[in-house]
Ligand binder design. Structure first.
Ligand SMILES: C[S@@+](CC[C@H](N)C(=O)[O-])C[C@H]1O[C@@H](n2cnc3c(N)ncnc32)[C@H](O)[C@@H]1O
Length: 333
């Protein structure tokens, strides 16, 4: 192995850079160092942090091109401005140590535990699983919902166009978040009725969003858990990025709830990254470490759904990241 290889592996493995970027975002350094920049001692004073340590952090960020030295201080570069809260690219929610995304990625320090046990690292680090943590800390819930809305922004038109929603009179969006996708589907199909179910604070936001978009008469909202009985009798039950958050035992419970709510003619639409099509190994590993879930491959979906007497009708590659798996209840159910 050449010295270059050793150096490139050392760089890949180094934790200083990923953590420095996250601390920079958490302290809002790229926001504070705009314009002509700020002196390190003044900034340390303003933030109530150790000046020498802050200087070292900024010096490292300068090697990354996030800030640049100016006089006795630093200022944010154009590149570093991507880490500002107003950049609108979703990075702050992914990296901020007090946001759901940034906090949950730190569960990677428990990767050895995850690999040994096959279980999430998150509860080991934080004492409870991701969803319990989010329920307990409103700021985590707020940032998670924002992150979810951001990630789907560009995909929504394709998710609306790629599925023949006109076949259905009613759709239940199970774990539908703040309702951005359901609102877009309803807007495109004026005869369709929707029903979104999610946990309380998120469902409340969805209700407000439907009202604001003039969809309240066709969009019902239920604050509740998908581990409890679901609104029955709809034509379609939608699970978008739900099953990949859960291990098999929980995924079976969610599927049980869908099946007991479905009629023989109802359809179950699972939309998420599918392991053999649209999931990167890195993201897949992250799903396991954070949630104890994973991007299941097609065969794993067949195995998961088999005991529920669901027949897989179609697999559609909908977007760069997500596929649709459409199931119907097996005829002899
Ligand atoms: C990955 S997000 C996906 C949200 C939405 N389907 C979307 O694609 O934007 C998972 C959703 O599941 C919801 N969730 C988690 N546990 C739940 C539960 N027990 N019952 C109902 N919803 C739950 C979360 O609040 C969150 O909105």
């Amino acid at each position: 192995m050449g010295q270059d290889d050793v150096e490139s592996i050392r760089r890949m493995a180094g934790l200083a850079t990923p953590i420095a970027l996250r601390v920079a975002v958490t302290l809002a350094l790229p926001d504070r160092l705009v314009g002509q920049g700020v002196r390190v001692d003044e900034l340390a004073d303003e933030l109530g942090v150790a000046p020498v340590a802050l200087d070292l952090l900024l010096a490292h960020l300068a090697t990354l091109g996030i800030v640049e030295p100016i006089g006795s201080g630093y200022r944010t570069t154009e590149y570093g401005a991507n880490l500002r809260a107003d950049a609108g690219n979703g990075l702050v929610d992914l990296l901020h140590l007090d946001a759901a995304g940034g906090r949950s990625e730190l569960a990677f320090v428990e990767l050895a535990h995850t690999v040994t046990t096959g279980r999430a690292g998150y509860p080991r680090r934080y004492g409870q699983d991701f969803w319990a943590d989010v329920a307990e800390h409103p700021r985590l819930r707020e940032s998670f919902d924002r992150q979810m809305n951001h990630r789907l922004r560009e995909e929504i038109p394709k998710l609306v166009a790629g599925v023949d929603w006109s076949r259905f009179g009613s759709v239940v969006d199970v774990g539908g978040g703040r309702g951005a996708l359901l609102a877009a589907i309803l807007a495109a199909h004026p005869r369709l009725h929707g029903h979104l179910l999610d946990l309380a604070p998120t469902a409340t936001h969805a209700r407000r969003a439907f009202e604001a978009q003039g969809l309240a008469d066709r969009a019902q909202v239920t604050e509740g858990s998908f581990f409890d009985p679901l609104p029955p009798g709809a034509d379609a039950y939608l699970l978008v990025d739900i099953l990949h958050d859960w291990d098999d035992a929980h995924a079976h419970r969610i599927l049980d709830r869908c099946l007991e709510a479905m009629r023989p003619t109802s359809r179950l639409l699972i939309i998420e990254p599918i392991g053999d099509f649209r999931a990167t190994p890195e993201f897949n590993l992250a799903m396991l470490v954070m949630y104890g879930g994973r991007e299941r491959r097609l065969e794993e979906f067949r195995t998961l759904t088999a005991p529920h007497r669901l027949t897989l009708d179609t697999v559609v590659d909908l977007t760069d990241q997500r596929c649709l798996l459409e199931f119907r209840p097996t005829d002899d159910r």
